[in-house]
Design a binder for this molecule. Structure first.
Ligand code: FAD
Length: 487
C-alpha cells in the first residue's frame, strides 16, 4: 500500500446501491483507509441516458435508504452532481484520495469509466473496477468462435458451466473507518427527483420499498410465499413472481446474492433443482424447489440482455437485425411527441393512457401508470399491440416504458422491445402477433386482472376498440414482407 494511510479511498457507487455483496466497497474497506462513498448524479456525460421519471422516484428513495445504512455504520453517503468525468477527478483532488473503486457497468457509459481509470492511474492512484452487478462478465460467455451468443439457450448453458462466487457479507462498523471531516454533500432534495405537481407517485409508494432492506424482504417473501407458484408466472392475477426487477436494476440486491440464496455457491443452474444441494437451497420450501431453475433462468435473461447491450451499445436506437430498418412504420419515433407531452397521434395517446378499448392492453398500461411496473406477460401483449396492431415504431414504446417503469433498464428494456418487434436477438418470429383477446382468455380466464384495473369495464364509460385486431394483424404481416425483402 502506498502513500499516507490517512488518504481516503473513494467508493463510487452507480447501479449498486447496497452494502452487502458489494465488491468495490469490500475492496476499498480492505485498504483500511478512511472511506468516502459517493454517488454522482450525472445526466450530462456522453453515453449517459437521463433517467425516466419513475426511475428518479426510485433513485431518491434508494439513496435515502443507503445513506441511512451508512450512517448506522458511522459514515455517510456523499452526493455530487455533474459529468462524472469531471466530478470524480475533482473529488479526488479535494480529498487527496489514494484509491478509487467501482463495480463495472455495461452501457456506453463504460467509456467514461475507462477514461477515468487511465487518467487517475496516471496520477498515481490505485483504481480498480470490480464485478458486482452480473453473475458473469459478458466477455466470459462466448461461443466456440469467441463471439457473442445470439440465442439465449446456448448462452445460458455456457453461463451455467461457470461457478458462482460466494456473496460477500456487508461490512460491519468495526471494519470501516471514516474521514475526520465528512466531505461536503449535495442535498438530495435539490436534485428534484420526486414528482411534485402533480404528485403521481402514490401508487409507487403503496407498491414498493426501495433500498437494500426492501430488496431482501422481497426476496425472502418470494421464496417463502410465491416461488412455489412460479409455474403460474404467466397469469397476471396470480402473485407468483419475485418483484425484484427494480431492486436488481438499482443494485440493491445482486444476482450473486439471489443465486447463493437459492442454490448455494459453486453450483450451476443446471443442477437438479429439487436435489436440495448447495448452501442456500435447504432453506427453500420443498414445494418451491421445482421452480428454482426456471426462476434463475429469468435472471439469466437479464444477464443475456446485458451482454447484448455490452456488444451492441446502440440497442435502444438501432435494430439488432438491420433488415428491420426497412419496416414501414405508420409512425416512427421521431414523428411522435416526447414522453412528457401528448404524442399527437390519438392511438398512441390511447395506448399510453390505457384507453384502447382492448381490456388486457388497457389493464396493463394502467397497472404501469399506477405502480411503475407491469406483469411480464402483459408487457409482451401491450408491446405487440403497439408495434403490430398500431404499426408504431418499437422505439416509441421503449421510451414510454423507460419513463414509466421503476425497473427501466438500459439493457432489458430495449432487448425485450426488440424481442417483441422481431428485430432482436433470439426474438419472437415476426409473424407472432399476440392476440390480446386470446391472451386474456388464456392467462386471465377469470377476468380478475382486467376488472381490477378497469372498473368501468362493461359500462358505456369504457371505449370501443380503437382498431380491428384481425385487420391490423393482416396489415402487420404485409408490412413485414418489406423486412423479408431486405433480409
Ligand atoms: P421475475 O419473474 O421474478 O424474474 C426475476 C428477475 O429476472 C427479474 O426481476 C428480472 O431482473 C429478470 N427478468 C425476468 N424476465 C426477464 C426478461 N424477459 N428480460 C430480462 N430480465 C428478465 N425487465 C427489466 O428488469 N427492466 C425493463 O426495463 C424491462 N422491460 C421490458 C420490456 C418489455 C416490452 C418486456 C416484454 C419485458 C421487459 N422486462 C424488463 C422483463 C420482465 O418483464 C421484467 O423483468 C419482469 O416482469 C419483472 O418482474 P419480476 O421481478 O417479478 O420478474
Amino acid at each position: 500500500m502506498s502513500g499516507n494511510q490517512n488518504q481516503p479511498s473513494i467508493v463510487w457507487l452507480r447501479n449498486d446501491l447496497r452494502l452487502a455483496d458489494n465488491p468495490a466497497l469490500t475492496a476499498a474497506a480492505s485498504e483500511g483507509r478512511p472511506l468516502v462513498v459517493v454517488y454522482i448524479h450525472d445526466e450530462t456525460g456522453d453515453g449517459i441516458r437521463p433517467l425516466g421519471a419513475a426511475s428518479k422516484w426510485w433513485l431518491h428513495h434508494s439513496l435515502t435508504a443507503l445513506d441511512a445504512a451508512l450512517q448506522n455504520l458511522g459514515g455517510q453517503l456523499t452526493l455530487r452532481h455533474g459529468p462524472a468525468a469531471q466530478v470524480l477527478p475533482a473529488l479526488v483532488d479535494e480529498l487527496g484520495a489514494a484509491s478509487v473503486h467501482w463495480n463495472r457497468r455495461y452501457t456506453a457509459a463504460r467509456d467514461i469509466d475507462a477514461g477515468l481509470k487511465t487518467s487517475l492511474r496516471e496520477q498515481g492512484l490505485t483504481v480498480e473496477s470490480h464485478q458486482g452487478n452480473l453473475l458473469n462478465e459478458p466477455w466470459h460467455i462466448r461461443n466456440g468462435q469467441g463471439e457473442p451468443y445470439k440465442v439465449f439457450t446456448p448462452y445460458w448453458r455456457a453461463a451455467q458451466d461457470r461457478p458462482v462466487r460466494d456473496a460477500l457479507p456487508a461490512p460491519t462498523e468495526g471494519e470501516l473507518s471514516w474521514p475526520a471531516d465528512s466531505p461536503a454533500s449535495d442535498d438530495l432534495a435539490d436534485w428534484d427527483l420526486l414528482p411534485t405537481r402533480p404528485d403521481w407517485a402514490e401508487g409507487l409508494r403503496e407498491t414498493w420499498t426501495p433500498g437494500e432492506d426492501g430488496a431482501h424482504a422481497r426476496l425472502e417473501s418470494f421464496v417463502a410465499e410465491r416461488l412455489a407458484d412460479y409455474h403460474r408466472r404467466d397469469e397476471p392475477a396470480v402473485d407468483a413472481t419475485s418483484g425484484l426487477s427494480p431492486h436488481l436494476r438499482f443494485g440493491e440486491i445482486s444476482p450473486t446474492q439471489i443465486w447463493n440464496r437459492l442454490r448455494g455457491n459453486g453450483s450451476g443452474a443446471g443442477n437438479d433443482s429439487d436435489s436440495g444441494s448447495g448452501n442456500g437451497s435447504a432453506d427453500v420450501p420443498a414445494a418451491a424447489r421445482k421452480n428454482v431453475a426456471k426462476f434463475l433462468s429469468e435472471i439469466g435473461w437479464r444477464e443475456f440482455s446485458t451482454a447484448l447491450l455490452f456488444d451492441n451499445p446502440r440497442l435502444a436506437t438501432d435494430s439488432y437485425r438491420p433488415a428491420y430498418n426497412a419496416f414501414p412504420w405508420g409512425y416512427t419515433v421521431d414523428q411522435l411527441g416526447a414522453v412528457d407531452e401528448p404524442a399527437g397521434v390519438s392511438e398512441v395517446d390511447a395506448w399510453r393512457r390505457g384507453r384502447t378499448g382492448i381490456p388486457l392492453v388497457d389493464a396493463g398500461m394502467r397497472e404501469l401508470w399506477h405502480t411503475g411496473t407491469m406483469h411480464n406477460r402483459v408487457r409482451m401483449v401491450v408491446a405487440s399491440f403497439l408495434i403490430k396492431n398500431l404499426l408504431i415504431d418499437w422505439r416509441a414504446g421503449e421510451q414510454w416504458f423507460w419513463d414509466t417503469l421503476v425497473d427501466a433498464d438500459e439493457a432489458s428494456n430495449p432487448a425485450n422491445w426488440q424481442w417483441v418487434a422481431g428485430s432482436g436477438a433470439d426474438a419472437a418470429p415476426y409473424f407472432r402477433v399476440f392476440n390480446p383477446v386470446l391472451q386474456q382468455k388464456k392467462f386471465d380466464p377469470t377476468g380478475d386482472y382486467v376488472s381490477y384495473w378497469i372498473p368501468e369495464l362493461g359500462t358505456d364509460a369504457y371505449p370501443e376498440p380503437i382498431v380491428d385486431l384481425a385487420e391490423t394483424r393482416r396489415e402487420a404481416l404485409e408490412a413485414y414482407t418489406a423486412v423479408k425483402a431486405a433480409a
